[in-house]
Design a protein around this ligand. Structure first.
Ligand code: PEP
Ligand code: MN
Length: 364
């Protein structure tokens, strides 16, 4: 439930509403906005007597959020959520953000080589799994903390922000120490203890859609993070289980406009897992940007045929270069642009004071 205050309502009136909500046994979250100040009532509000709040001074309106998810909904917050990472990458605005990197961190040479190339191509966020959720227990499971240290090293050298997956609740904090953004993978979208713990770190969360999850379920999973007081969630469409065998998954691009209509959270697309086939990544990346994706997550490996995971869907670096060129044109055609690469930003503003700054960067 949202209590909307009259424009210019004095602080004393806002405080009275907050106190009344607390007396009713709920948490109150004042949300000052450009157009209005609203106060959110957080919790299961089915039984709240809104008459008591309506009668308070300067209360304009009570909005009952009709969706099962509350804080994630557009009714709760009409303006888009904009998330800024420590290296200046802004997600959720007009710019389309490129996140790229190998499926897994495999060695220092591999991650540094690809990070340098991706920076030149215009990506601003480096992806790479250190803790890998693998379908087979015998497959490469990731380098663990060593992998996190290598990602931090790549960030220190290139200025790219880091997104990497937290697989289990007990390793969330260590991932948060190194990562600018914590990825929750498709297999864990409904791991509620993990979502809560990741939410509590305060780091931006990249939440991937489960392979059989509805859009409402995805939004309710995001609600778990917001319910912990962490509002920085980026959703990711990465394909759902389909019945056709030509692709690994069915990349549901409809989810992008659907989410944008229901929620203020940004949504990006991952055509690498969405198709599972290298040759299909570029066309679906173009389509995702055309559909309104706020960013792309692309798997790129210096030598995909030697990759320890997901080589078949990983692009060669020169293919990623071409992808950037093509999606830039699509972005422009719909009135957006690609987020300026770090090399461009450097030319315009000079070097950052410390490229490994912020987000608890712990250089390797
Ligand atoms: C990944 O990003 O490498 C990954 C495992 O993704 P997903 O959780 O979407 O399968
Ligand atoms: Mn992968």
């Amino acid at each position: 439930m949202l209590v909307v205050m009259r424009h210019g309502a004095p602080e004393t009136s806002i405080r009275r509403v907050v106190e009344a909500i607390r007396e009713l046994g709920y948490q109150a979250r004042p949300m000052p906005g450009k157009q209005r100040t609203a106060i959110g009532l957080i919790g299961n509000d089915g039984k709240v007597d809104s008459g008591r709040l309506e009668a308070l001074p300067d209360v304009l309106q009570i909005i009952h959020v009709s969706q099962p998810y509350k804080q994630v909904s557009k009714e709760w917050r009409p303006e888009p959520t904009i998330i800024e990472l420590a290296n200046g990458t802004v997600i959720g605005g007009n710019d389309v953000v490129l996140m790229a990197g190998p499926c897994s961190v495999e060695s220092e040479q591999q991650i540094l080589t690809i990070a340098r190339l991706l920076r030149e191509s215009g990506a601003t966020v480096l992806r790479g799994g250190a803790f890998k959720p693998r379908t087979s227990p015998y497959a490469f499971q990731g380098m663990g903390i060593e992998g996190l240290k290598l990602l931090a090293k790549a960030r220190a050298e290139t200025g790219l922000a880091i997104v990497t997956e937290a697989l289990e609740p007990d390793t969330v904090e260590v991932v948060a120490e190194y990562a600018d953004m914590i990825q929750i993978g498709a297999r864990n979208m409904q791991n509620y203890p993990l979502l809560r713990r990741a939410g509590r770190t305060g780091r931006p969360i990249l939440l991937k859609r489960g392979m059989a999850a509805t859009i409402n379920e995805l939004l309710l999973s995001a609600e778990y993070v917001l319910a912990e007081g962490n509002h920085q969630v980026i959703l990711c469409e990465r394909g759902v289980r389909g019945f056709d065998e030509h692709t690994r998954n069915l990349l549901d691009l409809t989810a992008i406009p659907v989410v944008h209509a229901l929620s203020h959270l940004p949504i990006i697309a991952d055509p690498s897992h969405g198709t599972g086939v290298r040759a299909k990544v570029m066309p679906m990346a173009r389509a995702a940007v055309a559909a309104g994706a706020d960013g792309l997550m692309i798997e790129v490996h210096p030598e995909p045929d030697r990759a320890l995971s997901d080589g078949a869907q990983s692009l060669w670096p020169d293919q990623f270069d071409e992808l950037v060129r093509q999606v830039a044109m699509i972005a422009e055609a719909i009135g957006r642009r690609l987020a300026p690469g770090l090399a461009t930003a450097l030319a315009a503003h000079g070097p950052p004071s410390d490229p490994s700054r912020g987000s608890g960067a712990v250089p390797g």
